[in-house]
Write a protein that binds this ligand. Structure first.
Ligand code: AMP
Length: 313
């Protein structure tokens, strides 16, 4: 672990997922946005987790997080059942439908930060009610970087609270469909221009197997997803992407354009491991050397030698 890495506060869901994948069905898979993001971020920086679980959440999974430098002081174990999500994927693993969402203890979640979290310099607000995202920000001193995720449900149902949340963050990370819905613009570059007017200094639009686009009003960057031969389970890829990106930034402290590009590639590399196994099986064991090896593959994938014969003389 880099001694200079700053702490990253992550708030989000911890869950049991029931997954219907093209060839297998997997039940009671430990997941949730905070779980994926925390594992991915912990490759790079210490993590402070804020989430709620029920009595049925396995202690072994909390211990596994704790062994990876994830501080669990902000985890509330409430009486009742853990949040549960069920989804079915298409045969091509691109489309997915939600079969069931059981909020359970998540319904009464009011994030309370332990005193030891208040000075967190980096904050990742996972996809929860925007009012709760704001409540988290109200409890931290003055973070250097605030990253947030959200989803169609909040864009549709809580537009005013979401608008307030957008005023309080630096970087918004959403998928393509959500960017269109939030902005009312189909074209992604126009959508980005609109969203940047609403508060965030920068925006990342995730496009699944087609990678991610970064916009900060001055420059645009494209990061591909790694073209894997076998994708097993895409669940949590987005959370892994943003977790690794946030952890990388907490470690480097470099928020410049080139620094953001490196962080985005770290996110893409981590997400490419996540989808290779069911649930957190791979992301829970990721190391810096795994990421580094995949970044070498990415460099090779993206390298184009300069054709000097085309240079203007
Ligand atoms: P992703 O594949 O990156 O969209 O994330 C999937 C994870 O999000 C799963 O592990 C789910 O448990 C979690 N999830 C699904 N729906 C919700 C929701 N409404 N609120 C919070 N987390 C959710």
């Amino acid at each position: 672990m880099n001694q200079k890495a700053s702490a990253l506060l992550i708030v989000g869901s911890m869950a049991f997922d029931d997954l219907e994948l093209p060839t297998i069905a997997a039940k009671n898979v430990v997941g949730g946005s905070a779980t994926y993001s925390a594992y991915a971020a912990s490759v790079f920086s210490p993590v402070r987790l804020v989430a709620i679980v029920g009595e049925d959440f396995p202690s072994g999974d909390l211990e596994a997080l704790s062994r990876r430098n994830v501080d669990l002081a902000g985890i509330e174990r409430a009486s009742g059942k853990t949040f549960r999500w069920a989804g079915r994927y298409d045969t091509n693993l691109v489309g997915r439908v939600t079969l069931e969402t059981q909020l359970n203890v998540f319904a009464d979640f009011r994030p309370k930060l332990p005193k030891s979290y208040v000075d967190s310099p980096f904050v990742l607000l996972g996809n929860i009610h925007p009012a709760l995202q704001i409540e988290v920000l109200d409890q931290v001193d003055s973070p250097k970087l605030v990253i947030a995720d959200t989803m169609n449900f909040w864009i549709e149902g809580e537009p005013e609270t979401l608008a307030q949340m957008l005023q309080r963050i630096h970087l918004l990370v959403i998928n393509e469909e959500e960017a269109r819905q939030l902005s009312g613009q189909y074209n992604i570059s126009r959508a980005a221009r609109d969203i940047l007017r609403r508060g965030p200094k920068a925006l990342i639009v995730k496009r699944g197997e087609y990678g991610a686009l970064y916009f900060d009003g001055e420059s645009t960057f494209f990061a591909p997803a790694y073209p894997l031969e076998e994708v097993v389970d895409p669940t949590g890829a987005g959370d892994t992407f943003v977790g690794a990106l946030a952890g990388y930034l907490a470690r480097s402290g470099d928020l410049s354009g080139p620094g953001m590009r490196r962080a985005i590639m770290a996110g893409s590399a981590a997400a490419s491991f996540c989808v290779e196994a069911v649930g957190t099986a791979k992301v829970g064991r990721l190391t810096i050397s795994d990421i580094s090896a995949r970044l070498d593959l990415f460099r090779n994938l993206m390298h184009v030698a300069h054709d000097t014969s085309l240079s203007a003389s």
